[in-house]
Ligand binder design. Structure first.
Ligand code: ADP
Ligand code: ASP
Ligand code: MG
Length: 440
């Protein structure tokens, strides 16, 4: 059994849905299709939620109506047969009625998750109506019946496996299955999600749960490129990455993959392929245990980073100092990305400033605390790069004139990270493209 996950742009137009149905039905192996919401929908739902939270109900209603009109229009090109169109019309009306009812209820965090879930619920139901119209036997596997996260928002792989296997047994003999990416249930049984871009994570979790032969991530580009194509003109697809390399790139900002999407595939040894829906014949990127080659493969950038420096005159020979600092971050469930220490100070970075105020207050007794907001982590990733000769020389020669606030080298053998002010992001990515990859 294999997994094919299609992102927002891959389902964002009626003709794209026709096209992906063609790609799916070509498969010889039984296939679970994981779908994102149509492109633009989750952003629109975020906006609707924000408007309701602010009490701007009239504007929220306008946004709901506009989104509904988009869907009612979408089905006219997606479907042909009047029964299919009627079915889709009624289904869409039902979901938007739900959003309109929410307008009248007092707003809560849980309700905002219900709003966000509508995107994937709609896209999968539309796709199934289309498959049905085409006479393609299939089954919809509702993600809310098997995809669960625990109190720490961690997916419960054991229980996902059991529930998904049971659901599949109910449809024995069928070859094509469709499920929602991104959405899940939390420990309280409420509708929740795997964070933005989470459909990749769903795909990898489903692949792990059913021990799939491959997890294919179909998107709008022909694989992982050596640099961010949104920032740099000339970039190249990478043929093969190790799980470790891919995980570093995803975590450090390569948007093509959700930051957490690699570990399930890696743990359960499922190959991942990144493929281009618009160009299915392109090779894309294969992600497996082996890196295939040594040296620099790609750079990525992670935004909205805050750097914190704690300077203690008493750190000299003091043990236990780092532990006390780490405990503060642990208490506020705030992961640290980069860290650099000297005899008297430690600098570290976080990407979630939600508890920054409390963290700073608790760090105060340890010494002078300074923060730099609006920083970017630039990660240079490649198998064993930290042991590749001349890498540091080449790296620093490529980025002359860029003020580097921190460097992390040697923590992982596959990653060298630099912290720079966000204003220098594009410039440093471009300079690295030239200096490390010879691309301009
Ligand atoms: P989907 O909607 O299919 O999940 P995403 O927009 O989440 O697609 O991810 C694909 C996009 O990721 C590409 O269009 C590209 O702009 C962006 N991207 C950022 N960094 C990279 C990279 N290193 N390689 C490929 N794509 C990247
Ligand atoms: N629809 C969700 C988002 O836009 C999940 C995804 O596309 O992966 O973030
Ligand atoms: Mg994505």
């Amino acid at each position: 059994m294999k997994i094919m996950k299609f992102g927002g742009t891959s389902v964002g137009k009626p003709e794209r849905m026709h096209h992906i149905a063609g790609l799916v039905t070509k498969q010889t192996e039984p296939t679970i299709v994981v779908l994102s919401a149509l492109s633009g929908t989750t952003n629109a739902l975020v906006e609707i939620g924000d408007l309701i939270a602010k009490g701007d109900r009239a504007v929220a209603k306008q946004a709901i109506d506009k989104l509904e009109a988009h869907y009612q229009d979408f089905i006219l090109s997606l479907l042909n047969k009047p029964e299919a169109v009627e079915k889709a019309k009624a289904m869409i009306a039902e979901h938007f009625e739900f959003l309109t009812i929410i307008l009248k209820i007092s707003f809560s965090e849980a309700l905002s998750k219900d709003i966000l879930a509508q995107g994937e619920l709609l896209s999968t139901k539309l796709f199934c109506i289309y498959l049905e119209e085409q006479g393609i036997h299939h089954a919809l596997l509702p993600a809310l019946e098997f995809m669960t996260i625990d109190v720490n928002d961690e997916p419960q792989i054991g229980s996902i496996k059991v529930k998904l296997t049971q659901l599949l047994q109910q449809h024995a003999g069928k070859k094509f299955f469709v499920t929602q990416g991104y959405i899940c249930r939390n420990a309280r049984g409420e509708v929740d999600n795997l964070k933005r871009g989470g459909s990749d994570y769903t795909a990898s979790l489903v692949a792990a749960a059913i021990n799939a032969s491959v997890c294919e991530i179909w998107t709008d580009i022909d694989g992982m490129h050596n640099n961010d194509p949104r920032m740099v003109k000339k970039t190249m697809p990478i043929e093969q990455l190790s799980f470790d390399e891919a995980a570093e790139l995803a975590y450090f900002g390569a948007k093509i993959l959700h930051p957490a999407s690699i570990w399930p595939a890696q743990t359960y040894k499922i190959p991942v392929r990144l493929l281009n829906t618009m160009q299915p014949e392109a090779r894309g990127t294969l992600i497996i245990e082996e890196a295939g080659s040594v040296g620099v493969k790609a750079v990525a950038a992670k935004d909205n980073i805050t750097a914190i420096r704690i300077k203690s005159s008493r750190m000299l020979l003091a043990y236990g100092f780092l532990r006390k600092i780490f405990e503060v971050f642990e208490k506020y469930k705030t992961p640290i990305d980069m860290i650099a220490t000297s005899e008297v100070a430690v600098s570290l970075t976080i990407d979630n400033p939600a508890n920054l105020k409390n963290i700073l207050k608790e760090l105060e007794p340890f010494g002078t605390v300074e923060i730099d907001e609006n920083q970017t982590i630039i990660s240079v990733v490649g198998n064993e790069i930290s042991q590749t000769s001349n890498i540091i020389k080449k790296l620093f020669e490529s980025i002359v004139n860029i003020p580097v606030r921190m460097v992390a080298y040697g923590g992982s053998p596959h990653n060298i990270s630099l912290l720079v002010p966000a204003a220098f992001k594009t410039q440093i990515l471009q300079q690295l493209n030239k200096g490390m990859f010879g691309l301009q």
